[in-house]
Design a protein around this ligand. Sequence first.
Ligand code: 1GP
Length: 239
Amino acid sequence: MTIYQKYFTSGEKHIAVLLDPDKLTVEKTAHYGSIIENSPASMIFIGGSLVNKDIEKTIEILKNETQKPVVIFPGSGSQFSDKADALLFLSLISGRNPEYLIGEQVKTAYKIKKSGIETIPTGYVLIDGGTVTSVQYVSNTMPIPSDKTDLAVSTAIAGELLGLKCFYLEAGSGAKFHVKKEIISAVKQNVSSPIIVGGGIRSIETVSELFSSGADIAVIGTAFENNPDFFKTSRNVLV
Ligand code: 1GP
């Protein structure tokens, strides 16, 4: 069974912990890997808008500590590694920067195809989260305003018509506000592909609310980095 079948389209809700290799030491990586192994999170996303450290090494350390799948969530083509279990093959479809729509993808396509890694074609939709985030700055794209639900819906529909198999509604790491529930439910009603929601999610209660609104996968990055015990008090809420 592929990761896409098991975690994206099974109808179950899943949590992914996002780890940014640049914020990790070897010790922290191992420690986080063992915490995640014993947490309600189903998988690890790895990547960042800018990554200078060796992503491959980070994946290897994580894999010594956890059986849970490691999925690359790349900020650019250089973050690809065939040591991961799958790759979100992203196109930043809310933006109008050709480099992030198709340029980075072309640069790495041959290598990715040859590796045989599972790729998940994902429409990456940046939605304003109340602050300028790294992804907005680095990608040089404008997020969809948070009150323009119709734009988010049309963007996702266009992505689905182009054949994308998943949508990542992103407020940006450290966003002031997560993606609004109205946007998630409107997108859910209009596309049949699974929906990942991330950016600015700070509590497990919020995760539950976003699941109820239609999110299939919720991504926790900053809240876990700030408090690796994030899940300890949350277990009862989720299972
Ligand atoms: C960013 O969606 C992720 O790409 C996670 O965001 O760091 O705000 O949890 P946070």
